[in-house]
Design a protein around this ligand. Structure first.
Ligand code: SAM
Length: 175
């Protein structure tokens, strides 16, 4: 099981990026997203996508990151915080992937400045390259390397629409 925790979202600035964090998590195999912010618009956007395109990805808003991280660890899961200050992914991904065979993974991404205790509470602080870039890109690369590309081929159960891949144009089936 994989869950993504999104920290420190400022509704006026980060709604679109947070929605993309959720959509990227969904398509790359996470089961849900926890949001410290109380921004309901993100959940509404993602719920609309889930209704149309299937699966059961969930979004929970207004959570406390400290208690969610503690609960996750108490139930035997591991916590990976994505940060440019961490250990570069090529140097730690094999160990994390090995643990992921038997343990659930929570992935924490920030928006603005990340509170200092997140670095302590996390089992792994992982950099997707030790340079600043984007939480969406960092998350996509980490999810892909963790699962070795396996997530792009599965179907989503339910929903109303399904794409028939085509070389040219758009073909969408109503289920
Ligand atoms: N300035 C903030 C800080 O110092 O904590 C980070 C801002 S950054 C735009 C937002 C998020 O993107 C970070 O919290 C982190 O999760 C992710 N991020 C950005 N660059 C990253 C990198 N090289 N490796 C892993 N995560 C990264």
């Amino acid at each position: 099981d994989i869950v993504v925790l999104r920290l420190g979202h400022r509704p006026e600035r980060d709604s679109r990026v947070t929605t993309h964090v959720g959509l990227t998590s969904r398509v790359l195999g996470a089961t849900g997203m926890l949001l410290t912010s109380d921004d309901k618009s993100v959940r509404e956007s993602i719920d609309r996508v889930v209704k149309a395109w299937g699966g059961d990805f969930w979004v929970k808003t207004g959570i406390s990151y400290r208690s969610e991280i503690k609960k996750w660890k108490e139930s035997g899961g591991i916590v990976v915080h994505l940060t440019m200050y961490g250990i570069n992914m090529p140097d730690c991904i094999d160990e994390i992937r090995e643990r992921f065979r038997t343990e659930s993974v929570m992935i924490v991404v920030g928006a603005e400045k990340v509170p200092g205790d997140v670095y302590e509470l996390s089992d792994y602080n992982v950099a997707i390259g030790n340079q600043p870039h984007s939480e969406i890109a960092a998350l996509a690369l980490f999810l892909d390397r963790l699962q070795e590309g396996r997530t792009l081929t599965g179907d989503f159960i339910g929903g109303e629409l399904k794409i028939v891949p085509s070389e040219h144009g758009k073909t969408v089936l109503k289920k």
